[in-house]
Design a protein around this ligand. Structure first.
Ligand code: NCD
Length: 323
């Protein structure tokens, strides 16, 4: 392999702000590196030292359980110092702006900032104001890149590849950054994406992203390899998007009858947190032959370790070049 090819097969960006625009090679590099952490995470001694001396700040302007916890675990397992800041305990409550908060944290010389924010684009804006690497932990309805990577790793480990698969993403697509990041990743890796939702929960013009849109679960799920369910994000809804929860479950909730349209060995996914009995039947969610929801959580730690590791390696290189 010549030097040019080696450079090409790197993730050489300073930040991870979204999946849109990443090349198949960059995505593959991130997935391959994640894979190297899976076994280690299953051992009694999970600790490495590659982030010794590095500081990671989790800056969360929105609630989170699994994303924040898995970034914290990922940073600690790699030997870094991890600080969690949530808005309820920060000066943002006292009126500080996003940028002032970022500049204040930046002055403490963190190496990586992991940021979740309710506004689309906020994380990218913040990344322009700081010296460290920034990872988008979810911005509004825009992107959630590490979720798409962990979903892809889960699929790749189960089915061996992404290319050629047919994946149905079902439910509240309108409010879902998980859906957007997954659409970009799956399309880039040669899979085919179908979206299934009521008309009110599909963003207008989404077909331009190269997806097929269905409003009927039986039609949309026909022969798919993967059924990815989304949470109804009621905290982001202003107004009524469907008549009632019962009616929503009847038409768009995943149950045995609707799942029967998919391939026999189709996998069930959900990014969590789940609303049992709203978007997914509780027994199906716990059917561990078909549901890979727990594996998704497990892969989340490995993916976040890979992202932290690669971005700090890139910092090492740029720090080195400044000498
Ligand atoms: C998702 C999110 O926050 O966008 N959750 C997560 O990160 N695991 C999806 C959701 O909240 O429904």
């Amino acid at each position: 392999m010549n030097t040019n090819e080696q450079t090409y097969l790197c993730y050489h960006r300073r930040h991870l702000l979204g999946i849109e625009g990443l090349t198949p090679e960059e995505i593959t590099i991130l997935l391959n590196r994640s894979e190297t952490h899976v076994q280690q995470n299953r051992q009694a001694n999970k600790k490495k030292s590659v982030l010794n001396g590095r500081t990671i700040i989790n800056l969360f302007f929105e609630d989170s359980t699994r994303t924040r916890t898995s970034f914290e675990l990922a940073g600690k397992r790699l030997g870094g110092d991890v600080i969690n800041m949530s808005v309820s305990t920060s000066s943002v409550k006292k009126g500080e702006t996003l940028i002032d908060t970022a500049m204040t944290l930046n002055a403490m010389h963190p190496d990586v900032l992991v940021v979740r924010h309710p506004q689309s684009g906020a994380v990218s804006l913040l990344s322009e104001k700081v010296n460290c690497a920034v990872i988008n932990g979810g911005d509004g309805a825009h992107e959630h890149p590490t979720q798409a990577l962990l979903d892809a790793l889960t699929i790749r480990r189960r089915l061996g590849h992404l290319s050629g698969l047919v994946i149905a993403i079902c439910g509240d697509v309108l409010h879902s950054r998980v859906a957007r990041s997954n659409i970009h990743l799956l399309n880039t890796m040669g899979a085919r994406v179908r979206l299934i939702a009521p008309v009110t929960l599909i963003p207008s013009g989404i077909e331009h992203l190269g997806v097929e849109v269905f409003h009927n679960m039986d039609e949309g799920l026909k022969d798919v390899d993967i059924v990815m369910m989304l949470r109804l994000q009621r905290e982001r809804m202003q107004g009524n998007f469907f008549p009632s929860i019962r009616e929503y479950f009847n038409f768009f909730g995943l149950d045995e009858a609707k799942l029967a349209n998919a391939k026999d060995n189709a996998l069930i996914m959900h990014p969590g947190p789940m609303n049992r009995g709203v978007e997914i039947d509780s027994d199906l969610a716990d059917d561990f032959g078909r549901s890979v929801i727990r594996e998704q959580v497990e892969m989340g730690v490995a993916v976040r370790m890979a992202c932290l590791e690669i971005l700090t390696e890139n910092l090492d290189q740029s720090e080195g070049s400044n000498l």
